[in-house]
Write a protein of this length. Structure first.
Length: 310
């Protein structure tokens, strides 16, 4: 029988969530054993929170031997930064922050002065600098194949060349869940342990494990305005343009990132079970509904990934 990307490492009677958890823990342990200097990307978003939860399970009762890394645009939701700092302190893990603001101030990257310009793309050189400075051979990320079409092309072990670039045509086969982590100096591997999860899987796991999330993932009153068909949070980084009016609505965020490109959804879901019901009825992915940077072109995400994006 031929192996496929959906093959599981455990028996089906264990249940879908248990199967996904076991597969992800296996991948995390493989990477920790194989690479000299791995790290885990941790933004305070739901996928990276689940990733950190799985990593802690993978090494328990030992201390997590890898640092967590956040590439901070300086335009993040304050609730998410507060959660990030509280989580790493509670778990006692090392946090490394790559600051886009510091890169701008030092002249390493130029910031656009166009109205409403996003710093999202500026994360790429900062991430690559952080990887090189710390000599990371593997970078764990919380990307999932169901998020976006270019992410569906990713392998679990996604090879990056000496320039941190990704070529979807130059990826290694992963038959029978065997992963090739061989790299030359300067190269690295992006490891995606939750590739086979869906947004619904993530939320069901959050509910099952009673994992705490930043408050913005649940319905709350917030000042927003409609911009290009999306509900954007009003902030010091993004203000309404001509004809755009700020209103207060009950919203939640399906994904979190730079405030200038992350949209809210109208919602009354205040518990994980209510969010699960809402997602089950949705017909759009969280990035398709919530990320303005993915709407610039059909290949927007793939273009960024080829340059070194997450």
């Amino acid at each position: 029988m031929n192996a496929t990307a959906s093959d599981r490492l455990v028996l089906p009677e264990m249940g879908q969530l248990k199967a996904l958890e076991s597969e992800s823990i296996y991948i995390i342990r493989e990477g920790i054993a194989e690479f000299d200097r791995p790290c885990l990307l941790f933004s305070g978003g739901k996928d990276s929170i689940v990733m950190l939860h799985l990593a802690m399970k993978a090494v328990a009762p030992a201390h997590l031997p890898v640092p967590v890394v956040h590439i901070d645009t300086g335009h993040n939701f304050p609730e998410v930064i507060e959660y990030r700092d509280r989580a790493v302190k509670r778990l006692g893990v090392e946090l490394i922050v790559g600051s886009v603001q510091e890169a701008i101030d030092s002249g390493r990257v130029p910031e656009s002065t166009d109205p409403g310009a996003s710093r999202n793309r500026l994360q790429i050189p900062v991430l690559l600098d952080t990887i090189r400075t710390n000599n990371f051979g593997a970078v764990y990320g919380g990307a999932r194949r169901d998020e976006e079409r270019s992410r569906a092309k990713e392998r679990v072990y996604s090879f990056r060349n000496e320039f941190g670039q990704w070529d979807p045509k130059n990826q290694r086969p992963e038959l029978w869940n065997l992963f090739n982590g061989f790299i030359h100096p300067g190269q690295h591997i992006r490891v995606f342990p939750i590739s086979n999860w869906t947004e619904l899987d993530v939320w069901q796991y959050i509910a099952d494990q009673e994992i705490e999330l930043p408050s913005i993932y649940f319905a709350h009153e917030r000042e927003v305005f409609e911009h290009n068909g999306m509900l954007m949070a009003a902030s010091e980084f993004l203000r309404p343009g001509p004809g755009e009016t700020i209103t207060t609505r009950s919203v939640r965020f399906r994904t979190v990132g730079d405030m200038t490109v992350t949209a809210a959804s109208e919602s009354n879901a205040t518990t994980p079970d209510q969010v699960i019901s809402e997602i089950a009825a949705s017909r759009t992915s969280e990035r398709g509904a919530s990320r303005a940077d993915d709407r610039t072109s059909e290949a927007a995400m793939e273009d960024r990934k080829r340059e070194g994006y997450f």
